[in-house]
Design a protein around this ligand. Structure first.
Ligand SMILES: *Cc1c(COP(=O)(O)O)cnc(C)c1O
Length: 376
């Protein structure tokens, strides 16, 4: 059996090495490291793939979220509602911009933001909702868009873990995540479903004016050379990363199918154990791209399972061990523990198994047999 890895980027690279190496060589020989033709090609390729009018590449997924919020003109004091159970980047940029983060609980089956909790948290200061498609599973976007329209709020989709997923909207159309809200963001961190070989990110929108505003913001607030109309940032995707992304975008659906295959195998082998809750897919089965394959272990010492896996050389992850509302940087006296019962439970139960497009049957069997044997 091949050594099991949480993410196997080396094996993946071997399959695309000739194309990636040739593309990189071309960038090296032309010297167009910033905003070169590869970046423009990637922008157009991603627009076509997502079916979205504008893709604005940037330096990473955290910048993408920040710039999206700057582009919407959110101001200090504005409240932004997001999930308590997610990676810190989402709440970090809200706080960094002087906006007020409002964390709410998630649903126990999809791990995604609870629409009822969103409605309860809305005040006259609320300006935006940031749903995160956690672990690759689409949030309840139809409900979220309804709530947003009713209360005149912006929706910023954090699609860092959900790229490639499709969703059926209320009109019955199948659309890609990231293009459902007013603006979407993603990350091309190497381990993401569409990852480069360094840092990268992008913002998506169908709104022409917003796209124009954001293109200036990522370039020092410059709409005309050396005229700085707004305070911006420097956030760019470089040409070498765009080479990798162009190659991997062509294969994204294939990679996501392989992830789905691995997820189905895991579920087949694990779903009958009374202490294991396997991930559910809400809506159609294209609505989960398994950035992570995350189980809930009920009435179990989850940390003992993690330690046992470590001894066996099986990598695993606990995403996320601490709710954001209990993180020192984001504590707020308005939060009440009774409003976070789901997150407070999930942090003790979740475990993410190795998940990537290079997993094979023998590895999956070994992981599942080891888990089942340990749980008894
Ligand atoms: C990875 C990630 C980010 C941040 O992306 P970076 O490229 O690492 O800055 C933001 N939100 C979520 C949900 C993520 O998983």
């Amino acid at each position: 059996m091949r050594k099991i890895q949480m993410v196997d980027l080396q094996t993946q690279y071997q399959f695309i090495k000739p194309q990636v190496d040739a593309g990189m060589q071309e960038v090296l020989s032309t010297g167009q490291f910033i905003n070169g033709p590869a970046v423009k090609r990637f922008q157009a390729n991603l627009e076509a793939y997502l079916g979205v009018k504008h893709v604005i590449p940037c330096a990473n997924g955290t910048d993408a979220l920040q710039v999206a919020m700057m582009g919407l003109g959110l101001k200090p004091g504005d409240e932004v509602i997001t999930a308590d159970f997610t990676f810190a980047a989402t709440v970090e940029v809200i706080a960094l911009l002087g906006l007020t983060p409002v964390l709410v609980d998630v649903l126990p089956d999809t791990f995604n933001i609870d629409p009822d909790a969103i409605e309860k948290a809305i005040t006259t200061n609320t300006k935006a909702i940031v749903p995160v498609h956690l672990f690759g599973q689409v949030a309840d976007m139809n409900r979220i868009m309804d709530i947003a329209n009713k209360h005149n709020l912006f929706v910023i989709e954090d699609n860092a873990q959900g790229i490639g997923a499709t969703y059926t909207n209320t009109a019955g159309e199948k659309i890609k995540t990231g293009s459902i809200g007013h603006v979407g963001s993603t990350s091309f961190f190497p381990s993401k479903n569409l990852g480069c070989y360094g840092d990268g990110g992008a913002i998506f929108t169908n709104d022409d004016d917003l796209a124009h505003t954001i293109r200036g913001i990522v370039n020092h607030g410059m709409y005309k050379r050396y005229h700085h109309d707004v305070v911006g940032v420097n956030s760019r995707l470089d040409s070498l990363q765009a080479v990798v992304l162009n190659e991997k975008l062509r294969l994204l659906d294939f990679y996501n199918e392989l992830r789905k295959w691995a997820a189905i195998r895991y579920t087949q082998l694990l779903q009958d154990h009374p202490k294991i809750l396997t991930p559910i897919t809400s809506g159609d089965c294209d609505s989960h791209v398994y950035h992570q394959y995350t189980l809930r272990l009920v009435d179990t010492d989850r940390d003992a399972v993690v330690a046992h896996f470590q001894e066996l050389g099986i990598p695993c992850g606990v995403y996320y061990p601490i709710p954001l509302h209990l993180q020192k940087a984001y504590v707020d006296e308005r939060y009440k523990e009774k409003d976070f019962t789901v997150t407070n439970q999930l942090i003790h139960e979740v475990i993410s198994l190795p998940m990537h497009s290079e997993l094979d049957e023998a590895q999956i069997q070994f992981i599942c047999k080891s888990l089942l044997a340990f749980l008894g």
